[in-house]
Design a protein around this ligand. Sequence first.
Ligand SMILES: Cc1ncc(COP(=O)(O)O)c(C=O)c1O
Length: 399
Amino acid sequence: MPKSSASDLAVLGGAPLFDRPRSTSNLVSPDADAFLRYSRLFYEGGRHTNDEPVVRLMEQRFARFHGTHYCVAICNGFWALVLGIKALALPGRTEVLMPSLTYRRLADVVSWAGLVPRFCEVDRSSLAISPQRVEDEIGEQTALIIGVHPIVNCCDAPALEALSARHDIPLLFDGVESVYETVRGRKVGSFGFAECFSFHASKLMNGFEGGYLTTNDAALAERLRAMRDFGAGPDGGVAQWGTRAAMSEIHAAAALAALDGLEAQVVRNKARYRAYQRVLRGMTGVRLLEFDENERCSFKNIVVELTDEWPLSRDMTVACLNAERILARAYYSPPLHLKQAGYRTINKSLPLTEFLAQRFISMPCGHFVDETDIEAIAATLSLIAASAHAIEAAKDREA
Ligand SMILES: Cc1ncc(COP(=O)(O)O)c(C=O)c1O
């Protein structure tokens, strides 16, 4: 039943809009036959680990996909980042320059790599780390810069590359949310010294779990492989810092099946994105973040900004949506510099980041959200706006 009055809203006592939650996770299952076909390569050959035929195939296919020379499979995106940082950070220096409005575990990653996050301001329009502000922050202790591609579109990777070259500081990209995209026509994966990706089930390519790094540097690829496999040298002895962070064959099989189904998925994502464009056009106070269609886009993530004309706070709006089982999420909020961390970070006031961290919402998307859902979500958003007084009054009564 469509909702027509304030009392229909779940936050004011009505029944939730959906029986089954609609989430921001992609959760596309790789095609079962393709998954089993790839899995047979290791299962029937009896090579369950160590000789890794499927992981090797995955590395070849993903290097080709990104147009890079090397791809190094890792157990997940988190450890791919840790290894990338460990391999690239300038020795003897302590700090990593990174955005604060970003992946909620990125500071933990830096800490696991034994370094200290120094947070930087973002760019208002891209929401990505600002090259100008990175330049202001570079100092004697800067060991590495991490550029993270935001959820919609990409950061100015060429500008960051130029900056890295000018100051002779290595540059690592977190390309997890932009695995399919291009920047000025060049595929993500080939920027900086290396880029990192994830096969987490919520990502564009679902390997259930998993991750990898891409690079064009042969020595770096070899070093990353050694670090991933205990830090072992050619004779099997420990030659450098290492861990155990290999990807399993089963995850590589799922990732390959996901890659095979990717183009069809992008077509479906684009239809969902077009539906959001249609239903949000003209809605006062809501701005859909548009994909830059001059580039290659996955159209996976849907993010909206609540502008000054929107009558409720972002957090209250998210609470109203969640009550409807519309599992919208506050976009990268709180930013990392405002979070409690059990390790040292270097924070300063980041007013733009703090302002932006109150304005954006990641909306439901992916395989389990259809165009009818999107129409119902937009109608509910409109009703929430129209019911703002009633919602505020109910909140005051509760307080
Ligand atoms: C931007 C970004 N970087 C890195 C990661 C880490 O990937 P994983 O979940 O595979 O460890 C994530 C996961 O959510 C992410 O969103």
